[in-house]
Design a protein around this ligand. Structure first.
Ligand SMILES: *Cc1c(COP(=O)(O)O)cnc(C)c1O
Length: 380
């Protein structure tokens, strides 16, 4: 049996007619960038995320970058974030010239630890505090970071909160939606996200009228009015076609999220019956609701051997992420070293993402768990 990590062809089959219809309309109109399709999507996403505004942009990475730019963050600033994330989180901070400051993660959720955040800020001198401008929590794998204490700290120290919600569209935290808690919510429409385009795309949500205006101006090179530049922005525009694809998919998102959550529950049952909970830790659901962009297990021992074994029997897996940000070569100048963030380093060595997409069959789920159990029987 084959169980790929993700199979988007199955999803496409289920929405093919809707997609082809909007594609034809766009091709006939020959109107490709921004415009009514993007504006419609912005309204839909703002509504879905219960945020006041949304601004469609070119990618999730650019959503982060443009948010930092809208917050006027630059080389004289620092931004606190997690070392255990996709590169774009720390990369976008670094690209503004600001210095990313990492703090360790919660070993259960893999999200930034509010306690570590608090103690790092508490230890800062007056000068260091003056440079600190924002905190960028990531809602990793589709579960929100513990936002209440983060928002409290941010308020106390007057910091922007930029939510990296690239993996978390529709995730909730104590009744609030991902992207609607901070000053900015950054989403990605990369095809493998829960709400994916047919190419690159992203969106920023914000509750602030002022930041909304600034984001829209920065998106078109800072031009306002046309050819007059008070700000130096960039080309952060979203394509009409990508917006139309995302609009089509958004109508199905809750159903797909439900499917992912059901698969997670089926995995829990299957793993419980397999009796290998001494060697494997399942994802810990702390916040309601987790949208399972990834179902990530923690393997106490022989993670890499298990991955090779699963690959040989047709089960696709991935390691998100094998090298924490503080150990990346391009961040050598930040002067971090191995041992600085033990929880993030442990996660990088022990986590493994299993297939979780909604179209998986019960047989496929059972096969994945059966093979994992078989591996531990063989290897002891
Ligand atoms: C995917 C992702 C991004 C970047 O999104 P792109 O659309 O690929 O640029 C940023 N942060 C996290 C946590 C992501 O998973």
């Amino acid at each position: 049996m084959k169980v790929p990590l993700l199979d988007l062809k199955k999803q496409y089959k289920s929405i093919k007619e809707e997609i082809l219809k909007v594609a034809e309309e766009i091709f006939e109109s020959q109107y490709f960038i921004l415009g009514p399709r993007v504006e419609a999507l912005e309204k839909e996403i703002a509504g879905y995320c219960s945020s006041k505004h949304a601004v469609g942009v070119s990618s999730g990475t650019d959503a982060l970058l443009i948010s930092l730019m809208a917050a006027d963050i630059g080389s004289q600033h620092t931004v606190i974030t997690t070392p255990y994330t996709f590169f774009a989180t720390a990369g976008s901070i670094f690209r503004t010239g600001a210095r990313p400051i990492f703090v360790d993660i919660d070993p259960d959720t893999y999200n930034i630890s509010p306690e570590s955040l608090e103690s790092v800020i508490a230890a800062m001198t007056g000068k260091e505090l003056a440079r600190l401008k924002a905190v960028m929590p990531v809602h990793l794998y589709g579960q929100c970071a513990d936002m209440d204490p983060i928002l409290k700290i941010a308020k106390e120290y007057n910091l922007f909160v930029i939510e990296d919600a690239a993996q978390a569209i529709g995730a909730e935290y104590r009744g609030r939606r991902a992207g609607a808690m901070g000053d900015f919510g950054c989403f990605s429409f990369f095809p493998s996200k829960n709400l994916g385009a047919f190419g690159d795309g992203g969106i920023v949500t914000t509750g602030s009228d002022e930041l909304y205006d600034k984001l829209r101006i920065l998106r078109v090179h800072g031009s306002h009015p046309k050819y007059y530049h008070k700000l130096a922005g960039g080309n952060f525009r979203l394509d009409a076609f990508q917006a139309a694809v995302v609009s089509v998919k958004l109508k199905h998102l809750d159903k797909w999220t439900k499917g992912r959550r059901e698969n997670a529950n089926k995995y829990r049952e299957l793993f419980a019956n397999a009796g290998i909970d001494d060697v494997i830790k399942l994802p810990v659901e702390k916040e309601d609701r987790h949208i399972y962009n990834q179902f990530v297990i923690c393997v106490k021992d022989k993670r890499d051997d298990l991955r090779l074994f699963l690959n040989d029997v047709g089960v696709g897996t991935e390691i998100y992420y094998p090298i924490p940000m503080h150990l990346q070569e391009c961040f050598l100048s930040l002067n971090y070293k191995n041992g600085d963030f033990p929880m993030a380093e442990y996660a990088a060595l022990h986590t493994l993402a299993l297939p979780i997409y909604p179209e998986l069959s019960d047989d496929q789920l059972a096969y994945v768990v059966e093979k994992i159990a078989a591996f531990f029987e063989i290897k002891g």
